[in-house]
Design a protein around this ligand. Structure first.
Ligand code: G4P
Length: 528
């Protein structure tokens, strides 16, 4: 490919994820974005997948749920000559680890906030992850067709709780029953709300300028209120600054109603215009630029395949530099092996298909028969290692107990391999031979037990483990660290990567230990 075409391919890519608290409207917004991008024809096709999201116990259902989420894991669509890769994550609470890792594979994010609820717990957590890499974020305050909180108050809350400056791009006129539309501050246009947009794209009426007599007539008294508020907003808020946005210090804010397909167009236009193209990636050895001609990428997620007949897994790889073409040979850096990739997959909203070509910024799916782990790097020969995929301290712990003691080796192997996927973590206490599993959500334990049975022929049950939380420990002073290790020996364990972890019986126990050992760093995340 000619150099200019190659650069153009990379520069037109926008790889992003949507972050939000459950129920804020992520799925609905995803669907509307796809609708705008022409990737789906009618609304409803994405939403449908949530029907089984509450399935908990039935293995097939879980399998299906995970499978379905694969097909919508990466959605590619075009808008205003940009090629957008939207990386989705299952809505299920238990898969939040996936969400965190997915954030390491994007260049920017969209944040959805419910106007009645404001900043919620999950959003705070996801924002912390975004902050690790200063990921640029565009915000969408959703559900303006319902009564919500005062928009100025919401902006204040985003600024103070999420510690990011807000730059309102649009401002709502009324709310709930009195919701009349949004005013685009920079285009000086009012987009009139019509709740009938429904499942297809429709552009509501647009008034240019605020001194439009027709507009005043249409809005009545609400317009006066809006006018006053707008003055306040103009005085109190900071203007949009693209550099501050790209540095992750400021978030442009849009208002709308995803379910009514309202305000989404403005959001998407701004996204295509301002969101960053594929960014350089830091490897341990050096920074890798997307436009380098040699291919490189890293795996941020491994997931079981939907097809139960094959039981292979899909490894999701973010391409960091260069170009993938069908049949090329790439080097699996960790195991120092070349592999030929003949059948990588890309994912569209409603189908999976083989890709012939993909560029930096794209995600491709590799068939994985157990040799690929989350965090693995692939290159065209150079020994690189991309870092930055965090492990999070689990909040739930179980001790794995074998039904047949003779199957211990198989259990160890199964657990080691399954926990390599990253959804559950394995801890081996220093003081005994227990196998402790940690997860963020309870469903993961069930999935692991089911998979141990079907894939490794090992039956295991769980005992409660008297552990509340875990912290990775480290210390600059080797002597002090040795002293700590001796004293805290009975509470220490090794994780799957051989790192030392403090398993705390309770929060109180953790804070007491932290107070007693100020020289020791207790970390709630571990970078891969
Ligand atoms: P999530 O993926 O973030 O969990 O949220 P999702 O899109 O599923 O939306 C959660 C609920 O909020 C859904 O209602 C959805 O229809 C509704 N919703 C999304 N956007 C808007 C909006 O702009 N205005 C209003 N009023 N509601 C909105 P549900 O009752 O849970 O599901 P459904 O039966 O409507 O599908």
């Amino acid at each position: 490919m000619a150099n200019a075409d190659f650069l153009n391919e990379i520069n037109k890519r926008r790889t992003f994820a949507i972050i939000s608290h459950p129920d804020a409207g992520k799925t609905t917004l995803t669907e509307k974005l796809l609708l705008f991008g022409g990737a789906i024809q009618v609304a409803g096709s994405v939403k449908g997948r949530k029907a089984s999201r509450h399935a908990t116990s039935d293995w097939m259902e879980m399998e299906q749920e995970r499978g379905i989420s694969i097909t919508t894991s990466v959605m590619q669509f075009e808008h205003n000559e940009k090629l957008l890769n939207l990386l989705d994550t299952p809505g299920h609470e238990d898969f939040s680890e996936d969400t965190y890792r997915t954030l390491t594979a994007v260049d920017s994010a969209l944040m959805v906030i419910d106007c009645a609820k404001g900043v919620e717990a999950r959003t705070i957590k996801l924002m912390e992850v975004c902050r690790l890499r200063d990921t640029p974020i565009i915000s969408f305050i959703n559900k303006l067709d319902r009564e919500g909180r005062d928009p100025l108050e919401l902006i204040d809350e985003v600024e103070s709780v999420l510690k990011i400056q807000c730059a309102p791009m649009t401002w709502p006129i009324g709310m709930g029953k009195r919701f009349k539309g949004v005013y685009h501050i920079y285009k000086d246009e009012v987009h009139v709300f019509s709740p009938t947009h429904g499942g297809k794209i429709a552009t509501g009426e647009i008034f240019k300028g605020l001194d439009n007599p027709g507009l005043k007539e249409l809005m009545g008294h609400d317009f006066e209120d809006f006018f006053e508020e707008l003055e306040l907003v103009r005085e109190a808020s900071t203007p949009f600054d693209i550099d501050a946005y790209l540095a992750g210090k400021q978030t442009p804010v849009f208002f709308g109603s995803a379910v009514n397909n309202f305000g989404v167009g403005e959001l998407l236009d701004a996204f295509a215009e301002y969101a960053p193209a594929p960014q350089p990636r830091q490897a341990v050895e050096r920074e890798v630029l997307p436009e380098e001609d040699k291919f490189s990428g890293f795996v941020f997620k491994v997931q079981a395949n939907m097809d139960p007949a094959h039981r292979d897994r899909i490894a999701f790889m973010r391409i960091c530099s260069g170009e993938y073409s069908q049949g090329m040979k790439i080097n699996h850096v960790r195991i120092k092996k070349n592999i030929q990739v003949g059948n990588a997959i890309t994912f569209q909203a409603d189908s999976r298909k083989n890709v012939e070509q993909a560029f930096a910024g794209d995600i491709i799916g590799l068939h994985n028969h157990g040799t690929i782990q989350v965090g693995d790097t692939f290159t065209q020969g150079e020994a690189l290692k991309f870092g930055g995929i965090p492990y999070f301290a689990p909040e739930l712990f179980r001790k794995a107990v074998l039904k047949d003691p003779l199957r211990m080796k198989a259990l160890q192997k199964g657990l080691t391999q399954l926990t390599e996927e990253g959804a559950t973590q394995l801890f081996k206490p220093l003081r005994n031979n227990d196998l402790i599993l940690g997860a963020v959500g309870v469903l993961q334990f069930e999935v692991t037990a089911q998979r141990l049975k079907s894939e490794y022929n090992v039956e295991c049950v769980y005992d409660n483990a008297p552990i509340t939380t875990a912290r990775w420990v480290s210390c600059d002073d080797p002597k002090k660290f040795e002293e700590f290790k001796k004293k805290a020996h009975d509470s220490l364990a090794e994780d799957g990567g051989g790192y030392l972890v403090y398993l705390a019986k309770s929060r109180v126990n953790l804070s007491l230990t932290q107070e007693r050992w100020p020289e020791i760093t207790f970390s709630a995340t571990r970078e891969l």
